[in-house]
Structure formats: C-alpha cells, structure tokens
Design a protein around this ligand. Structure first.
Ligand SMILES: NC(=O)c1ccc[n+]([C@@H]2O[C@H](COP(=O)([O-])OP(=O)(O)OC[C@H]3O[C@@H](n4cnc5c(N)ncnc54)[C@H](O)[C@@H]3O)[C@@H](O)[C@H]2O)c1
Ligand SMILES: [Zn+2]
Length: 373
C-alpha cells in the first residue's frame, strides 16, 4: 500500500511556537487533533456558507467521534465579510459562547475566515486562542501561518488588524477537492512565490509538478504545502512583525498586484493570487529593465505562470488606465515608509531583494509600456 504523504512543521515564534500539520484526511481526525488543545467538550467554529455546505457534516462527525460538540457561526462568503460588522458578529458570538482566554476557537475556511476569526480572537477577553483549519490553497500555503489577522475598511484592505498567532494549524489537502480550479490556481501563485524569493530548486520543482498539483495530485499538494509552510515559518520566525525587512520578502509581486487589485475594484475580475502572479511577472520584467536580471529568467517565470493558467501580462485585463494611475495606487500601500515605497525586485530566480530607491515615475513609464505589450 502506498504511504499516505503527510508533514509536520513547527513555527518557532518566540513565546508562541506552534505546529502546522498537513495530511490528506486530516479533516476526519479533527476531533482527535484538537482535543488536547481544548479544555471543554464544546468548541466554537467560525466558517463561511460555501465551506459549511461541503464540510460541516464531516467536521461535526469528526468532532463527535472525539466527544466534542461544535457550535457554528456561518458567515456569508467573500472578501466583504472581512468588515467591522462581521468582526462585531464574531466577537459577540464568541462572548455568547462564554469563551475564556485559554479556550480555542476554530477558523474553518479560506483567508477571509482565518483573518477575521484570528482578529476577533485577538481581542476577545484581550486575546483568546484559535486554531486554523485552512480550506483554500492560498490559506494552506500562506494566510493560516504567521499570525497576521485583519479586516478591511472603506479606506482599503487589511488596514485594521493584529499579530495573533494560532495555537495549531491543520491543513488537509483533500478539502481543496471542492474548491474551484480558478481559486486553486490563484493560491498556487503564492507557492511559486516561495521559489522566486530564495529557492531556485523549488521553482524548478514547480515547473515540473505545478500542472499536476493544480489538477489534484495529493502527493504534489502535500509537498508544495509543506515546502511553502516551511519557507514561511522560517521567514516569520526570523521577523514576526515585519521589522527587519526579512518578512517583507513575502510581498514579492504584491506591490504591482495590489495596484492592479485596486484598479479592478478588488473584484472577481482579478483574484488576489492572480494579481500576485501578474505582479511577480511584472517585478521580473521591471528587474530586467533596471539591468538587474537577465531576460531569460523573466521569460521562464512568465512561461510557467501561463502554463498553469495564471496571468503574466496586463493586456488581457483590458484596463482603461495609464501607468501613472497604477503607480498612484501604490502611494496608498501599507508598506509606504516616510514617503518611499520599498520594492521587491529580482537579481534572478530565487534571488529576491528589497530595493528602497525605486522611482515611481520610472515604474509608471514601465507600466505604460506593459499596458500595450
Ligand atoms: N493573514 C495573511 O498572512 C494573509 C496572507 C495572504 C492573504 N490573506 C488574506 O486572505 C484572503 C484571501 O483568502 P482566500 O483566497 O482563501 O479567499 P476566501 O477565504 O474568500 O476563499 C475563496 C472562496 O473559496 C470558498 N471556499 C473556501 N474553501 C473552500 C472549499 N474547501 N471548498 C469550496 N469552496 C471553498 C470561499 O467561500 C470563497 O468563496 C484575503 O482577504 C487576503 O487579504 C491573508
Ligand atoms: Zn498574497
């Protein structure tokens, strides 16, 4: 019999270390897995309506098998759920459940549910525990690890939040079977990102296995999730609160990507991961334009993204704006620091670095050329 692939990775945050467990079928072991983390035989679970349709019965059965009753809060799906209104709803729900500081609430869902529930947990009773059970590829490889939690406000995305680390992360790649292919591809962009940051061998692995991973291959998924989580864990342990610049490497592709998300109204026109894919291709070509990296490497990056069905050029978006307007979106970036915007550029595949002296006029001119490319 083939061995079931699985992995355990520890995230060594000073004072709050925790484990990420990755295995197909973990969802059916949920009760056994969380039992040691609970002090009562009842647990609060926050999820969204899509996830509840597919996974609520399985989770209830798994909890029941360990003698635990789940009490559910089911929120509407979508980015707009990361709001003040829903934050208040989660907080009120947790208080109504008599959550105490040492209790743990379960966040079952994608990055939206994880970010919102984690933020609510950070403030109830001045901070209670939470367990991440990520159910999108993006959440399994990125958002469930590292302790960034947030909501959006009228002024922008993720502007209000807290650093609050989970007590445990349980990632079951089988839960991705009910996720649409577009969402899976978008999450995969963040996997490729880890290769481009500092791991050329992993980028080469992606070139070989990416298509199979997206199609559903369990072994490829466990390998990619484990590798991504290990990379993120290393970076987060080195710079939990993004103070030294190490954690900023995780923003590769995100400055261009966020500008494009803003221009497309944070809508279905461009999912976050699609913006990141396009942003990484742009960061690579911009690095070539700046004489930092060779054109072959940039071509290889774009080719891989396009092979798996991710965008690598602006034209298909059909934007009716110029490069200046896109560059202006960057002025509102959270990472703006005393009037300058740190940019992540590449010297090659696996050689990302933080450039602090990028002129936004040069970026705007570059984007003008990209818009008609
Ligand atoms: N905290 C961090 O470090 C961090 C990092 C990256 C992104 N994020 C945040 O994550 C969010 C995006 O996360 P996301 O892409 O997971 O989006 P999401 O949570 O909105 O999930 C995407 C869609 O998939 C559905 N879904 C989730 N799991 C499913 C499943 N197993 N089967 C079927 N449908 C399922 C959801 O209902 C939703 O419609 C953004 O708000 C972003 O800001 C946070
Ligand atoms: Zn991202």
């Amino acid at each position: 019999m083939a061995m079931t692939p699985s992995a355990r990775i520890s995230v060594d945050i000073a004072g709050a270390p925790y484990e990420v467990r990755i295995a197909p079928g973990l969802i059916d072991q949920l009760g056994v897995e969380v039992r040691p983390f609970l002090r009562k035989d009842k647990v609060a679970i926050v999820t969204d309506a899509h996830v509840a349709v597919h996974w609520r019965a399985r989770v209830d059965a798994a909890l029941g098998a360990a003698g635990i009753t789940g009490v559910w809060l089911i929120l509407p799906p979508g980015e707009s759920t990361k709001s003040w209104v829903h934050l208040a709803q989660v907080v009120d729900f947790l208080i109504a459940q008599d959550i105490e500081r040492r209790d743990r609430v379960i966040a079952l869902g994608g990055g939206v549910i994880g970010d919102l529930t984690g933020f609510a947990a950070s403030m109830v009773k001045r901070g209670c525990g939470f367990i991440q059970v990520p159910t999108t590829l993006l959440a399994q490889v990125d958002s469930s690890v590292g302790g960034k939690t947030a909501i959006n406000t009228a002024a922008g995305k993720n502007l209000v939040g807290a650093f609050h680390q989970p007590a445990l992360v349980l990632a079951d790649p089988l839960t991705l079977d009910t996720l649409g292919p577009r969402e899976t591809r978008a999450g995969y962009a963040e996997v490729v990102k880890y290769g481009l940051i500092d791991d050329a061998d992993f980028f080469a692995w992606c070139e070989t296995h990416g298509t199979r991973l997206i199609a559903g291959d369990a072994q490829a998924r466990v390998t990619a999730i484990a590798h991504s989580v290990a990379a993120k864990a290393r970076i987060v342990a080195a710079d939990e609160k993004e103070l030294t610049g190490v954690r900023a490497l995780l923003n590769l592709g995100h400055t261009f990507g966020h500008a494009l998300e803003a221009e497309t109204g944070f809508s279905d026109r461009l999912l976050h991961g699609e913006g990141v894919a396009l942003g990484m291709a742009l960061a690579a070509r911009f690095s070539v334009r700046m004489g930092l990296m060779n054109g072959q490497d940039a071509g290889r990056i774009a080719a891989h993204l396009q092979t798996v069905g991710l965008p690598a050029t602006l034209a298909p978006l059909g934007l009716a704006c110029d490069g200046r307007r896109l560059a202006d979106h960057m002025l509102h970036d959270k990472k703006m620091d005393a009037g300058t915007l740190p940019f992540l550029l590449l010297r090659g595949i696996g050689q990302t670095f933080l450039a602090k002296d990028v002129d936004l006029n040069v970026v705007a001119a570059f984007l003008d050329d990209e818009l008609v490319r």
